[in-house]
Structures are given as structure tokens and as C-alpha cells.
Design a protein around this ligand. Sequence first.
Ligand SMILES: C[S@@+](CC[C@H](N)C(=O)[O-])C[C@H]1O[C@@H](n2cnc3c(N)ncnc32)[C@H](O)[C@@H]1O
Length: 237
Amino acid sequence: MPTDYRPGQDTRDLFDRIAPRYDLLNRLLSFGIDRRWRRAAVRALELSGTGRVLDAATGTGDVALAIAATYSQVEIAGLDLSANMLRGAVPKLTSARERISLVQGSCENLPLTDAIFDGAVIAFGIRNVLRREVALREFFRVLKPGARLVVLEFSQPTRPLLAGLYRWYSRKILPHVGGLLSDSAAYRYLPDSVEVFPARRDFLAMMEKAGFRCPGHQDLTGGIVTLYWGCRPSGML
Ligand SMILES: C[S@@+](CC[C@H](N)C(=O)[O-])C[C@H]1O[C@@H](n2cnc3c(N)ncnc32)[C@H](O)[C@@H]1O
């Protein structure tokens, strides 16, 4: 794979290739903190406890499973571009099988009806989407009025010391470990894509432009990741 990988072009191939070791590398490279980040995203959905949620770019289903574990009455649609990532989710569904449906498709053109979800979440996915504005408008379209979108994404730590340490870790350690266990080009793409992802306020402005109201954000782990949220206004269909 070329090192000048661009999102949207080779995305499906990349995730199809890294799918078998995706979960293992997530746990190793984040020292297990990734689970805490996903649980924070689930809490930020502020669900009432029933209804339907979209987990966009579900990958191997970790967010969908965290939602199912937190809310025993919620149904989840897990959508992803990569068939191999979805295949990785299947054996993990176990008792949540009845409540989680997996769909192959793109966030840029959701194969879903308007205004059917009580919440939507995308974790570590929006960075890989080429036409982010289109995807945000699609999330808006499928949410019910008053429902929330939550986005969890890597960001640049704000404190210089942590930013420097994180840059060293993501440039030197991450591709090395990724190369040993999976695909080094894919794990070189990760820091590249984080560096070009919009700044926090620019991403919030993009959410507002797509129609979301009351946007907010919260840095986690010193700003290594950021949670963003916004609502489809009530009374709007
Ligand atoms: C880094 S993984 C995140 C998976 C999961 N959300 C998690 O928290 O582990 C990114 C996922 O986004 C998916 N993806 C990228 N672009 C997409 C698009 N346009 N539509 C749907 N899924 C997409 C990839 O196939 C991949 O499974």
C-alpha cells in the first residue's frame, strides 16, 4: 500500500486487511484505555434506555456491544464499509445477537430510512470518511428530532509535553508494533490521518453546518481523543 494513503480510496481494503488483528492491536496500543473511551461515548448518547441506535463505522462491533451491555432494551444497527471488520464482530455478539444487526454500507450513503434512530455514534470512524460533511448530513437525516449524534475521534493533545510524547509514540512505536503484528503501512496511516483531521472547533462548525444544534466537546486522556456531540433539533422533520 502506498504511504500517501488517502481516506476514501483504499479504506475498505485497508480495514479488510487489518481486521483479523484489529482488536488485539487496539488493546495493546492503547494499553486497554480504548474500552474506557468507547464507554464514555455510550454515556454521551444520553439514551432513555429504549429505542434504536446507529453505530456507524462499527468495525468489529465494540461500541455496539458496549451499548447493548449498558442498555438491555436498546436495538443497535452496526454499519461498516468493510466486510472483514463486520465478520470480526459476528462471534462477539453472543447474547446480544438478537439486538444487534450488522449492515455493510457507507456512512456517506446510509441504506437506512429517515428519522428512525434515537441516537447515533461513530467511534474512530469519521477520520476515515472522505466526504465528512456528507456523512454528517446522513447521520442527521436518520436521527429522530431531539436525538443525539456522538463522535469519538483521536485528536492532538493540547499540552506540549503530552503532544510531543504522543507524537513520538504514534510515529515510532505504533507503526513498529503494527508492522510486527499486522500491517505497518496501515499503522503509519493512523498518525498521518490524525494530524490532518480538523481542529476541534472546525469539526464542531462542520457539525453545525450539517444541522446539529447545541454542539459540545470533551477531551479525554489529555486530548488524545475527543468526544463531540450535537442534536437534531426537536420538532424538525
Ligand atoms: C478505526 S475503525 C473503528 C471501528 C469501531 N468503531 C471501533 O471503535 O473500534 C474505523 C472503521 O470505519 C470504517 N469505515 C471507514 N470509512 C467508512 C465509511 N465511509 N462508511 C462506513 N464505514 C467506514 C472502516 O471500515 C473501519 O471498520
